[in-house]
Design a protein around this ligand. Sequence first.
Ligand SMILES: *Cc1c(COP(=O)(O)O)cnc(C)c1O
Length: 392
Amino acid sequence: MHSDLIQQLRAREQNGLLRRRQTLEGPQTSHISMAGQKFLSFCSNDYLGLANHPALIAAACEGAQQYGVGASASHLISGHCLAHQVLEEKLADFVGFPKALLFSNGYMANIGIVTALLGRGDAVFADKLNHASLNDAALLSRAKLIRYPHLDLSVLAQRLAASKAKRKLVMSDAVFSMDGDIAPVAELLALCEQYDAWLLLDDAHGFGVLGKQGQGILFSDDCFNFNSPNIIYMATLGKAAGVQGAFVAAQPAVIETLIQFARSYIYTTATPALLSHSLLKSLELIAQETWRRDQLAQLIIKLKHELQSLRWKLSPSTTPIQPLIIGDSKMALKISEALRAQGILVPSIRPPTVPQGSARLRISLSALHCEEDIVRLTTALIGLSKSSDLLI
Ligand SMILES: *Cc1c(COP(=O)(O)O)cnc(C)c1O
């Protein structure tokens, strides 16, 4: 059996697909330290630069004083603390829904939502480029999984029309995690209302980033806070919010169903209350410090401008996820390694995370970056694009 594993691992390495972990020796910020060396990092999802914010660190310490470290029980036994409860109320309010429910993380939230709401005889409709956790959730639910080509709503409409499933749910990343593009929420919602389906929006990358106060996709310019009972809104709290966790916001009957039936909610220890206590602070900063979103917008413009004549092209993304499409996996890895040798970290994202032939450097911007950081990255990329070592 072991030789089988080794063969599988070797094949992965030969295809340029072997993943390696890197060990951070300090906080997650725009300049990180690994193996005693400093790097300029474009790797994290800490879009607003809150993960290492002094006010959040202070709140975490205060939360630990107040609640201790571990929650030591699940929410339905005795792990549900005041900080969890208050945070759920504030989150619901912030995103404009009647109720919200916290989960330990986004992966578990998606698993919980889909498995609690759907089962055999039901159908899930999924964008092909959705996050893996949504696909896993659909498979685990035993509902029929029907995928549609990325953003192709005419195919989605046909498949909804043809479905005889009892309950239907359309699920989509709000901001696609490997492409940075945004789902057409108005059109998706119209289809869901027409065919009596739920719309599950996974706003892991939009919450904190989109909307004037960072309330996410439903408050972004072309969405204008829809108020539809069909929407189930999910966002994570370990990315722009800088801490850990996720929440679901929806109608009371949906939330109550999750509390009763979502196994990834019920059969797990509650997250430490100190995290919810910290998130209350994070939520304040997200809403108040609009300069963080303004800074991101400036950086995105700068990056696009600097790279406009590069031979590799940026995807048309208006979010802090800026993928530079390379194509070949080994080439993407080579560029990532060459940048690393210059003290710059940009992850290469390869299949199966992205489709074959679309390996890319996923540049993630943070409000902590400054224009000089962008210039350092773009100068290095332009240099590499001309280097003969990289020409195949
Ligand atoms: C990161 C991510 C998740 C998972 O969230 P975690 O809190 O990290 O488990 C789910 N969906 C999308 C789109 C993500 O990018």
